[in-house]
Design a protein around this ligand. Structure first.
Ligand SMILES: [Zn+2]
Length: 483
């Protein structure tokens, strides 16, 4: 029986595949050589091969059966795998590209081994690949429901297997403030913030884990709204300390110094995160409208409206990040506000938002909810809320950040991000909500539009499922999430 060609089952689909006559028998692979910067990922290749009974010995001899080689002529995210009778050669410019080569090699092995390890071969040929978008994100909400660091790492590992590179970590919201902070009085930390909270060491551990897997972290503290999780512990920063809502008081002169302390801590915990998310969405102006301090601040600033005062507040906070060499990111709004041009806008509600913000100089990440919110049910037997839409795997696959009327602003769209909000997603349902839609999403984020074909995607997914790849991912990601 003819097997599927292992180059033809990759998810996401690669840029270029060249096939040649001949093949390498996998059982004959004995040695692996890695250039020094790939030492860490070489261990991943060895462990992966061992799953199929292939015992690879790491060798100092570059003339090995499997070679991981640095090629400085490739772009940062580019990778290639060349299968020759003499050796299999994986190349990239750095560790990020090699981690993509690894994830593709894993899928190739599953496809090759589907007929049994004794006869498994990789046919000769070359796969060359690079992503369509630089920003291929996935957001996990750890505020509505808390997840252990092991589960968070498992999600990051799953992302890495599908060549996604940006983990947006929503750490605070009305339902919980998940960051241990020295800016918050210890008694407040202990009394109200510890029902699921990451220590600084745990946050750093997740960051280190993500970096090893070629994933960068965008941590988010959502202000000035969505903040009841903190304000119930520190009501002095709310408009009405007796009945704190979800919004920080914009007229309290202590609010901004306090938040700057909080963000300074976040920058210290995540020194390698170039982008920091400040939320900025869905603040309710009702408390501000009734607050004498906010009303006085609005008048003193000459803003005219509370949205104007909010805009001044957020602009000052984003400037705090810019001055420290980080790029601020905010959820898009429908209130017509503009932010400094060096702020990335995450467009989630209004598909026409890029048309509004791109001329201001803002870059945009496309996260439109009815295509990319993974909390929306894949089928209606799952729990859902009234604001949700059904979002099938096919629905995810249809999405494209360059919708037709955005042609003129498409250079502003730096990529895309799927989001898992967790109002109805306790920790045990997280992986179930992510798979299998993550593969469909990854293809939208990585592959060229001409490579996207739904029936072909289904064929590849069916084969990888039959080969046990998805079971491997779940088991592998759960077991290895702790590392
Ligand atoms: Zn106020």
């Amino acid at each position: 029986m003819k097997s599927e060609h292992p180059f033809d089952i990759l998810i996401p689909a690669p840029v270029s595949v060249v096939k040649q006559e001949g093949a390498v028998t996998l059982a004959n692979l004995k040695t692996l050589h890695a250039d020094p910067e790939f030492t860490g990922i070489a261990e991943e290749f060895v462990r992966l091969a061992a799953v199929f009974g292939i015992r690879l010995a790491v060798s100092p001899d570059p003339d090995a059966d499997l070679v991981l080689r640095r090629n400085g002529t490739l772009e940062t995210d580019e990778w290639s795998i060349r299968v020759e009778p003499s050796a299999i050669l994986a190349e990239s410019a750095g560790r990020t590209g090699m981690s993509y080569a690894f994830s593709a090699f894993a899928q190739m092995l599953f496809a090759a081994e589907i007929r049994g390890p004794a006869s498994a071969v990789l046919p000769r040929g070359t796969v060359t690949d690079k992503p369509r978008f630089a920003w291929r994100g996935f957001m996990l909400d750890s505020a509505r429901h808390f997840q252990t660091p092991a589960t968070v790492k498992a999600v990051i590992r799953l992302m890495a297997h599908f060549r996604l590179n940006t983990f947006h970590w929503h750490l605070t919201d009305n339902q919980g403030w998940r960051i241990a902070s020295d800016a918050v009085p210890p008694e407040a930390n202990a009394a109200t913030l510890t029902a699921g909270q990451y220590t600084k060491d745990e946050l750093r551990g997740v960051a280190e884990f993500a970096a090893r897997h070629g994933v960068r972290i965008v941590p988010e503290i959502d202000i000035p709204g969505h903040s009841r999780g903190l304000l119930k512990a520190c009501p002095q920063y709310a408009c009405d300390a007796a009945a704190p809502g979800g919004e920080f008081c914009l007229g309290n002169p202590e609010t901004i110094p306090f938040l700057k302390k909080v963000f300074a801590e976040l920058l210290d915990i995540f020194p390698d995160s170039p982008v920091i998310h400040m939320g900025g969405d869905e603040a309710d102006t009702a408390h501000w409208e009734k607050c004498p301090r906010c009303l006085a601040a609005m008048k003193a600033a000459g803003c005219g409206t509370m949205r104007g005062l909010e805009n001044r507040f957020m602009t000052e906070m984003t400037r705090f990040l810019i001055e420290r060499g980080r790029t601020p990111m905010l959820w898009g709004t429908c209130s017509g506000q503009t932010y400094p041009p060096d702020t990335i806008i995450q467009s989630w509600l209004d598909i026409r938002e890029p048309l509004r913000v791109a001329p201001n100089g803002n870059k945009v990440v496309y996260s439109v909810h009815n295509s990319l919110y993974f909390d929306y049910p894949e089928n209606l037997s799952e729990p859902f809320e009234t604001w949700m839409f059904e979002l099938s795997e096919k629905g995810v696959y249809m999405t494209d950040p360059h919708i037709i009327w955005e042609e003129k602003v498409k250079d502003a769209i730096i990529g895309t991000e799927a989001c898992l909000w967790t109002e109805r997603v306790p920790e045990w349902r997280v992986m179930r909500k992510i798979l299998p839609r993550l593969g469909a999403y990854a293809e939208c984020a990585w592959s060229l539009p001409g490579k996207k074909l739904w029936h072909d995607f289904l064929r590849r997914k069916e084969l990888l499922e039959a080969a046990g790849y998805y079971d491997f991912l779940l088991g592998n990601c759960r077991e290895r999430g702790e590392e």
